[in-house]
Ligand binder design. Structure first.
Ligand code: GLN
Length: 264
């Protein structure tokens, strides 16, 4: 985050060093009113369609459009996007490499200990995805017992595998395969290297529409996605929440939902 149109990286290289980040934190929330919009940098993890993915080299998706629409309603300016593996997003936020995470990130207590979240903007459950023409059609978690299963590192899909399969003793740890992103997990499923992927339902639906995979069953987790923000950046968080409710009250949220998830 930096003031007066200087990008964060330029600012850091001008003034030098990490000490600057401390004083920058003090500038937070000064957007508008003080001679220039405060610039913020967003972080995401492509490979999670339709929330964020690369299309012809360009970062696109529901989260990208939604966060940009929300920031447009505030006194902040979006300087740009940085891409990370999902599991690196929270460290990038706390290290101040980015100022906000827009990555279909589920609001939960564990993450809430380290970062804050905006109000929720999307709900999800987990889905268990299998090969479309395969002979494996599990109907419940216990049917996954003893099978090679995949999920993305650091996700609630991974936590679901841990808490519902590994901890109760239904799956040996060695049967669990964790991937840097969900595209790699689904490719390994298609290749027959694993037999199921545990993944957020709207993303499972997108993969099922685009690849020879299908949802075997869903597992209700009642998750809500929020934008991740640093603890203590309360004015910024409030601005995003106000922006979110403006975007929800108008047509923008519905338009973006239609654009990325089809008519609902
Ligand atoms: N919603 C899931 C989580 O927060 C997955 C997010 C993702 O893979 N981008 O862990």
């Amino acid at each position: 985050m930096s003031d007066n149109g200087l990008s964060r990286r330029q600012y850091l290289s001008t003034v030098g060093g990490t000490a600057v980040t401390v004083s920058l934190a003090g500038c937070f929330g000064g957007g508008g009113g003080d001679g220039g919009a405060t610039e913020i940098t967003a972080g995401t993890a492509p490979g999670f369609p339709p929330f964020e993915m690369k299309q012809d080299g360009e970062l696109v998706g529901f989260d990208i459009d939604l966060l940009e629409a929300v920031v447009d309603e505030t006194d902040y300016t979006l300087a740009g996007w940085e891409e990370f593996e999902f599991k690196s997003l929270i460290p990038a936020l706390t290290n101040e490499n980015i100022d906000v995470v827009a990555a279909g990130m589920t609001i939960n207590d564990e993450r809430d200990e380290t970062i804050d979240f905006t109000d929720p903007y999307y709900s999800s459950n987990q889905a268990i995805v299998v090969r479309e023409d395969g002979d494996f059609s599990p109907e419940s978690m216990s049917d996954l017992s003893g099978r090679p299963i995949g999920a993305q590192k650091g996700t609630t899909g991974e936590s679901t595998v841990q808490s519902e399969l590994i901890e109760p003793g239904n799956l040996d740890e060695s049967n669990y395969n964790s991937y840097g992103n969900y595209v790699l997990a689904v490719e390994d499923l298609q290749n027959g290297n694993i037999d199921a992927v545990v993944i957020d339902e709207p993303v499972a639906q997108t993969f099922a529409a685009q690849r020879p995979v299908t949802i075997a069953f869903t597992y209700e987790t009642g998750e809500n996605f929020g934008f991740g923000v640093r603890e203590g950046d309360d004015e910024f968080t409030q601005a995003l929440n106000d922006g979110l409710s403006t975007v929800r009250d108008g047509n923008t949220y519905q338009d973006l939902t239609n654009k990325w998830f089809g008519q609902q």
